[in-house]
Ligand binder design. Sequence first.
Ligand code: SF4
Length: 169
Amino acid sequence: KEFGEVSLKDIEQLANSSFPLCMRHLFEKLREEHHLKHGGRMQLGLFLKVGSERFDKEYAYSIRHNYGKEGKRTDYTPYSCQKIISSTPGVGDHHGCPYRHFSEENLRAALGKMGVGGRTMDDVMDKVRNRHYQLACTLTFESIHASSCDAGINHPNQYFTDSQKVLKT
Ligand code: SF4
């Protein structure tokens, strides 16, 4: 399902059920602060494909603005995990990959909110310490969906569609 077809309420629900942690975090910050800095607008905006007019109106003026400002931009490809992991968020930025860019304390708190705990939390932190960020994300996916993800997570939009597949079966 493309975001263009869904209502704002649906997007909030989808964020809770099917967004990977990087996008949950950006979406939460956008709602809290009604604004994202450039890196965040790009990462979230491209992920959402900025399809829904209502999302645009109520949350993402700044995302739309961004497209206006960068009218000459032609590559609207949503960012891959690799690209997000290798980004370098500065102070006040909320983009990036939480497995790579959060402190251990903040990552544990964020994972706890997603319902990750116990043994899985330890396994995820283990992967993070070994710099296997996408594997950490894959373990998170498998834990909260109670379903395996054999291909592993390599793209936030893949996380989303795989999640929707699991939840709809
Ligand atoms: Fe997002 Fe990919 Fe990091 Fe998961 S591994 S949080 S999908 S960038």
